[in-house]
Design a protein around this ligand. Structure first.
Ligand SMILES: *Cc1c(COP(=O)(O)O)cnc(C)c1O
Length: 485
């Protein structure tokens, strides 16, 4: 980690030296003939483009060195809660690469094998979620949420229930939930969590009425807790004609064990780039398929992939569809990675992945409980949320300082200050792909840092010390986004 400590980052422009070249063309080649002989006058530039002059080797080193400053799952442990940063087997990339040159406008008849694979993925995801119909179009989890809420809107309109205009969301939910509901034109109400970190049943009962359109629920929730009253909750919402939406981004903790369709959900979005092992982070391509029950099927975004005799085709003839949510057919290469992952693990393997994810999270939770307690104690699923509230009270060191100190020890930080209901939150999700050695090394690092909080809090407060750049002003970075030099 300290290998590249404080290395200054140079731009390509800084490497410029007049006359340097990235390539040489042999004597007598194009170089010796003026461009005016080769191109019509109207295509000629007035002068040289303003590009730096750099040798090939310096260009390669520039980009390789930049990439070495990055941190990813392939470098080390990445326990970023709610993001399911599992190791992504490379065979998934190879499978996706087989199809990367297929043009999306090719007629269905030329791409039957590809459509067959996508259809098979749809069938597998329906089995995994316990639902009836599905779209692979949405490009991310949040996009799946919006897609679902637009479908809910269409469903209510179609059934003459336009007074259904409110969406209920727990206070532990991911911020995308209220954002998506607002974008879809619903009023949002927040239901509080009880002392166990679950939906407060009394509070929910008192909020539900004929205006209730949708309850958006994450199960297991962002505290890693399984909503044990889920059947009762679904009943409550269905009794007033409302719909149940499952934010299934956290499926990893129940994979192969429990299905949203069996819990009474009418919609469930999945994050293929989390549970189903596609590399993600930094805004790269994702995929947030939405699986629905039969009564929502007519509203799926079009085109819908259907089986037609022995073949497959995109069906555009969907009168009640909410329309298109994504160009072409979605992020198909992400879908193919997910299919490769599902097929290489098989049903039993997927179930085992879920089991190990839960075992790893609980092992870590219990192993650090005495120095960094869990906000809502007891068994968790895929993740747990620790609180540094006492550490802050006693030594002045904040959750963020602990997260930064972890960087110096070679780990990615956990998710910080989320969910909002936990003070000084550190949300830790190890996933199933880590060895016990790695988990132990992280636990030791946490113990060392907590010791340091007592003995030398200032050093922790000033962390990180050994990373390429020291502590950044994250608030300024997000409020004054500057993407040009
Ligand atoms: C990641 C996540 C989302 C959003 O998914 P994106 O693909 O980032 O849009 C929504 N809800 C939960 C619980 C998540 O963890």
């Amino acid at each position: 980690m300290s290998r590249r400590a404080n290395q200054s980052v140079r731009l390509l422009r800084d490497l410029h030296k007049n006359g340097r070249k990235g390539m040489m063309i042999p004597e007598g080649g194009l170089e010796n003939r003026p461009a005016s002989e080769l191109l019509p006058a109207e295509f000629l530039r007035d002068g040289e483009p303003s590009l730096p002059h750099i040798s090939e080797v310096d260009t390669v080193r520039h980009f390789v060195n930049l990439s070495n400053l990055n941190y990813g799952v392939d470098n080390g442990f990445y326990p970023l809660g709610s993001c399911t940063m599992k190791y992504n087997p490379k065979i998934n990339d190879e499978v996706a690469a087989l199809f990367q040159d297929i043009h999306p406008a090719l007629p269905d008849v030329y791409v039957q094998p590809l459509l067959g694979l996508l259809y098979e993925l749809q069938q597998d995801l329906l089995e995994i979620t316990g639902m009836d119909a599905i779209t692979l179009q949405p490009a991310a989890g949040a996009h799946g949420e919006l897609t679902s809420l637009l479908m809910a809107k269409a469903y209510f309109k179609d059934n003459g229930l336009t007074h259904k205009d409110t969406v209920i969301i727990p206070d532990s939910a991911h911020g995308t939930n209220p954002a998506s509901a607002t974008m879809a034109g619903f009023h949002v109400f927040t239901v509080k969590s009880d002392e166990e970190g679950l939906v407060d049943m009394d509070a929910l009962s008192s909020m539900v009425n004929e205006h209730t359109a949708v309850l958006m629920l994450t199960n297991p929730n962002t505290l890693g807790k399984f909503e044990k009253n889920i059947l009762q909750i679904s009943q409550l919402i269905h009794n007033v004609g409302g719909l149940m939406y499952c934010d299934g981004a956290n499926l990893n903790g129940i994979l192969g064990w429990a299905r949203p369709g069996d819990m009474g959900f009418d919609f469930a979005h999945l994050n293929l780039h989390k549970t189903f092992s596609t590399p993600h982070g930094g805004g790269g391509p994702g995929s947030g398929p939405v699986a629905v029950k039969k009564h929502i099927e007519p509203y799926l975004p079009k085109p819908v992939l259907v089986r037609d005799g022995v073949g497959f085709r995109w069906d555009l003839d969907r009168l009640k569809s909410i329309g298109k949510m994504r160009s072409n057919f979605g992020n198909i290469l992400v879908a193919l990675r997910a299919l490769a992952y599902i097929k290489s693990l098989g049903g039993a393997g997927l179930r085992e992945a879920g089991t190990m994810a839960v075992l790893n999270a609980n092992y870590m939770r219990v192993s650090m409980e005495d120095v960094l307690p869990t906000a809502y104690p007891g068994m968790c699923k895929h993740e747990f949320v620790a609180t540094a509230e006492d550490i802050k009270k006693n030594y002045g060191v904040k959750a963020q300082d602990i997260a930064k100190a972890l960087l110096d020890k070679g780990f990615h930080a956990p998710t910080m200050y989320f969910p909002l209901i936990v003070k000084e939150a550190l949300m830790i999700e190890p996933t199933e792909t880590e060895t016990k050695d790695t988990l132990d090394a992280f636990i030791d690092a946490i113990r060392d840092i907590v010791d340091e909080c007592k003995e030398d809090p200032k050093t922790v407060e000033e962390a990180p010390h050994y990373t390429p750049v020291r502590r950044l002003d994250e608030v300024k970075a997000s409020k004054e986004l500057k993407v040009r030099w």
